[in-house]
Ligand binder design. Structure first.
Ligand code: ADP
Ligand code: MG
Length: 276
């Protein structure tokens, strides 16, 4: 017997779904409210299981925090989602129909998954505006030449993004002169101009001042809903500010999941963090 997902998939090939909505190329099917689905994911490095039967479901529009001690597998999980590392076992879906384990890194980015690495990869000699312009033009869906003039829509998009990341007064400054926190925001902006449906952020507030951290929290909360966010962090005050569901990873699997207070009071979580 076919599963619901398979039926839907068949119908899409026939040109429509039961609700009459025809999926467009590049569209992500979130009809079941799920944007990311990991089931039984395992990754081994020389026999060491960095991920061990990991299960994770992220709802569309959700803001999820992932915590866990060093070596728990948090970064490896992001590597699997973005196609940098292939799992030895398990399923990894973007929406109902996109099997991420069959796509290359560039195809995954193109499908709408943006990743922010710990170290910013901005162009220090270009202005803040030019960095965003470049990111916009590098988006393959835009199909614009690097040398083409920006259209009005593209200018609006950059100016909206500048306000969102609080760099509208710094637009003409060389990116290399920004503070550490501002550089992180710029890199987030470079992802945002490409309209990702899912954003993966690995330790985004590391090295930020308290003020920058709080502003980053506000930014992420404002992005949730329109985007889905998966945030790996250690900073508990920041996680509390975000206020979403928290998943605790340990030895490559989920140890606990729930609101921050619940996982913080979980005996197994306390044991893992305090090493008792
Ligand atoms: P976290 O981000 O939670 O600190 P990682 O996902 O970076 O953890 O690492 C999980 C485990 O997998 C660690 O023990 C790490 O040393 C190991 N690991 C990660 N990437 C590789 C790799 N490319 N080769 C070998 N071991 C790796
Ligand atoms: Mg890591």
């Amino acid at each position: 017997m076919n599963t619901v997902a398979e039926n839907r998939h068949d119908q899409e090939w026939l040109g429509g779904t039961s609700t009459g909505h025809v999926m467009q190329p590049g569209e992500v099917d979130i009809s079941h409210k799920v944007i990311l689905y990991l089931e039984g994911i395992s990754v081994s490095f020389d026999g060491f299981k960095a991920l061990n039967n990991l299960n994770l479901t992220i709802d569309a529009g959700e803001l999820r925090c992932i915590i866990g001690p060093n070596g728990a597998g948090k970064t490896t999980m992001m590597d699997v989602i973005t196609g940098k590392t292939r799992p030895d076992a398990g399923r990894c879906y973007f929406g109902q129909t996109i099997d991420l384990t069959t796509l290359r890194e560039a195809e995954i980015a193109h499908a709408g998954i943006g990743r922010k690495f710990q170290k910013p990869t901005i162009f220090e000699n270009l202005s803040v505006f030019e960095n965003l312009e470049l990111a916009l033009k590098m988006d393959k869906r835009a199909r614009t030449s690097l040398f083409a003039w920006l259209g009005d829509d593209q200018r609006d998009k950059i100016s909206d993004t500048l306000k969102q990341i609080r760099l509208d007064t710094e637009a003409e400054r060389p990116a290399g002169l920004l503070s550490h926190g501002q550089k992180q925001w710029l890199e987030i902006g470079m992802l945002l101009v490409q309209d990702p449906k899912l954003l993966l952020l690995d330790e985004p507030v590391a090295g930020m001042t308290d003020d920058e951290t709080a502003r980053t929290g506000e930014l992420f909360k404002s992005l949730a809903g329109k985007h889905s966010l998966v945030v790996v962090e250690h900073d508990m005050a920041f996680i509390e500010q975000l206020g979403g569901k928290v998943t605790v990873l340990h030895e490559g699997s989920v140890l606990a999941e729930g609101d921050l207070a619940t996982v913080q009071n979980d005996e197994r979580v306390i044991e893992v963090y305090l090493g008792r």
